[in-house]
Design a protein around this ligand. Structure first.
Ligand code: UT7
Length: 349
């Protein structure tokens, strides 16, 4: 108890921020590394074929970053495009959320350095570790903070350099992953532009997509001299189990997100699921009974699975190509390692 309340004086009511405004996405941007890597190139190191990879995943090629290109390097152009589209100045951004699982420093986070590069003075800046759901987690958190008046504008980035954490001799993952960055600016709006997020986690399946050993285990193998390149803590995945989980458990989540936003499949213009596997996308389209005129993101064919970057990258491409338009109603939906998931209906900028 403070001396004032001990003395019987009333506690002052705290000043709080505005709580009545709405939020929307004001701008989206994407960055794809220059180097295109074909299935043939991937198959030089695994027993597979272009045909198998196309049939089982829908992937034709992916982009991989240069060795010296970091997640911050990739985020910068994506963020600049999103800020430009939003028509704001970097100084107006009060929060930088970077969704990534491939920033190669345990600490500090990548977000403060990105903010510095972008000339955003003194924002709250942190990374989100929610793998392929990270961007949708970020949009949810940014939306709540804008609505609560905590910040006016938030920059949400989804970025991965998965090539640093891929074992290119592992048949189960070598062909799946790609590198890239996508970004969005969330800010105040007259009308709701981001529906309620339906999100969650399933820790029972924590090991289904996992860094195959921890940094401390790696340290121990280094210490006893048994560490080799094969001990690098790349990501491993129980593909079939994740596939089944995505196909059977995630459609109800998408339906809940539509219901929470007060819309039906008939109201949607665009569907942007995490680009995990073209067959998962097809199964979801069927399961959700999406009308044929809903534009469906199929960016995985040229980009591979870029985890946190896949949704904003796909959205940026659809907006640039005219497949999606400003004002369109989009259902976006991330799911992956954790296992974690998040779905929300948004109005595209
Ligand atoms: O981003 C986070 C979320 N991630 C996902 O949602 C990924 C979900 N999982 C998947 O996308 C799929 O499980 C994969 C594309 C990774 C694999 O496809 P699949 O259809 O589940 O393959 P599978 O593991 O069931 O293997 C089927 C067959 C097996 O041969 P048999 O036993 O039928 O003779 C495998 O040995 O394909 C074989 N196989 C391969 N063949 C050629 C497995 N990997 C390969 C390969 N190339 N790379």
């Amino acid at each position: 108890m403070s001396p004032a309340s001990q003395a019987g004086q009333p506690r002052p009511a705290l000043t709080t921020t505005e709580t009545t405004r709405h939020a929307r996405i004001h701008g989206i941007g994407g960055y794809r590394p220059e180097r295109v890597v074909t299935n043939e190139e991937i198959c030089q190191r695994i027993d597979s074929s272009d045909e198998w990879i196309r049939q089982r995943s829908g992937i034709i090629e992916r982009r991989l970053a240069r060795p010296d290109e970091s997640v911050i390097d990739m985020s910068e152009p994506a963020a600049r495009d999103a800020i430009e589209m939003a028509g704001i100045r970097p100084e107006q951004i009060g929060l930088v959320l970077m969704a990534t699982v491939t920033h190669p420093y345990q600490t500090p986070a990548a977000a403060p350095l990105l903010a510095l590069r972008l000339g955003i003075p003194d924002p709250a800046a942190l990374d989100i570790s929610a793998a392929c759901a990270g961007y949708c987690y970020g949009i949810s958190m940014a939306t709540d903070m804008v609505r609560a008046g905590t910040v006016d504008y938030a920059l949400v980035v989804g970025v991965e350099k998965l090539s640093d954490f891929t074992d290119f001799t592992d048949r189960g993952t070598a062909f799946i992953f790609g590198d890239g960055a996508g970004a969005a600016v969330v800010g105040p709006a007259e009308e709701p532009g981001v529906g309620p997020t339906v999100w969650g986690s399933d820790g029972e399946n924590w090991d289904k997509i996992v860094q195959r050993e921890s940094w401390t285990d790696l340290r121990d193998t280094l210490a006893d001299g048994s560490a080799g390149e094969d001990r690098w803590p790349a990501f491993s995945m129980q593909g079939q189990a994740v596939f089944r989980w995505a196909v059977y458990s995630m459609a109800p989540v998408a339906r809940k997100a539509m219901a929470a936003a007060g819309v039906t499949a008939e109201d949607l213009d665009v569907f942007i699921p995490h680009q995990a596997n073209m067959r998962i996308t097809d199964a979801m389209v069927k399961e959700l009974k999406l009308p044929a005129d809903v534009a469906v993101a199929r960016d995985i064919a040229e980009t591979g699975n870029t985890s946190a970057a896949s949704i904003p990258l796909a959205a940026a491409r659809m907006l640039a190509s005219g497949e999606a338009r400003s004002g369109d109603l989009a259902l976006q939906f991330g799911f992956g390692a954790g296992l974690v998931y998040a779905a929300q209906v948004v109005v595209l900028p």
